[in-house]
Ligand binder design. Structure first.
Ligand code: GLU
Length: 278
């Protein structure tokens, strides 16, 4: 009797597993081709002005608007987009696994990343900078020696600090920038470093008004690309066409004004497809 129960339970488990597998492959088809019902798109969830999941469950930011425009050109309406959080350290794997069709998540095009993923774009040029408390006397990279600095695992920002910008800083790597900002406010860290576009978005939040300042240093060139699975040249081409159209029909500028205007972020002009600023 006992044995039979176990067998019954096992067959239920097996049935569930088969069903789950079937659902899984359906979803994959949906995210994979424009004929499907849904497209999965990777964005950040915690970066105001770029990729933010609002408490209501809706999404806002420049990357969200770029992704929505691109998805439309690929044949998907806004309600057919499923946004998935892709943290800095997870982006290459999310694309390799096919979790998402593309990623628009402050994702800099680099030679190292190009070994693992392909990029469309660039669609924005940002620069690494520092965010400090309003009363801080940190104003340049050498001021960071021995100071507690926060950045994010898997980002070019953390890499650049180690390699060139401030190897002697005491770098803490968190999994998202919102955690670094909380650390800056509490005094756990002395500065946060990443792209100026991201830092400006945090500094402009009502809850941080007048608390932080950007150093205004252009410590690197960050050419934002749209990541796709390695080898998917068809999607790269379609996304490049979509980005060119977004610039030429004025939608790119509208998205810039809407998302960066409130943060008072002075962005660089629209990049040309395939042109990377080193
Ligand atoms: N753009 C940089 C990068 O791709 C920093 C921002 C981020 O971590 O998303 O690593």
């Amino acid at each position: 009797m006992k044995l039979r129960k176990v067998t019954a339970a096992a067959s239920v488990a097996l049935a569930l597993a088969v069903t789950a597998t079937a659902c899984g492959s359906d979803n994959k088809n949906d995210s994979g081709s424009s004929g499907g019902n849904k497209i999965k798109v990777g964005i950040k969830f915690d970066q105001p002005g770029l990729g933010l999941k609002e408490p209501s469950g809706s999404f806002s930011g420049f990357d969200v608007d770029v992704a929505t425009y691109v998805a439309k050109q690929l044949g998907y309406k806004p309600n057919q987009i499923e946004f998935v959080e892709t943290k800095s350290a997870d982006r290459e794997n999310a694309l390799a696994r096919g979790d998402v069709k593309f990623i628009a998540a402050t994702y800099s095009i680099t030679d190292e990343r190009k070994q693992k993923v392909d990029f469309a774009g660039p669609y924005l040029l940002a620069h690494q900078d520092l965010l400090v408390k309003s009363n801080s006397d940190i104003s340049k990279a050498t001021d960071l020696n021995g100071k507690k600095l926060c950045s994010v695992t898997g980002s070019t920002s953390a890499q650049n600090i180690h390699d060139t910008i401030a190897p002697k800083a005491n770098l803490r790597e968190y999994s998202g920038y919102s955690e670094c900002i909380a650390g800056l406010q509490s005094g756990a860290v002395d500065a946060v470093t990443t792209d100026d576009s991201i830092l400006a978005g945090f500094a402009a939040q009502d809850k941080y008004k007048n608390q932080f300042k950007l150093a205004g240093l252009k410590l690197s060139n960050e050419n934002y690309g749209i990541g796709v699975k390695k080898g998917d040249a068809t999607t790269v081409k379609k996304i490049n066409d979509a980005l060119a159209k977004m610039v030429s029909d004025g939608s790119w500028q509208k998205a810039v004004d809407k998302n960066f205007g409130p943060a008072n972020y002075k962005n660089e002009p629209a990049p040309k497809t395939g042109v990377i600023v080193k």
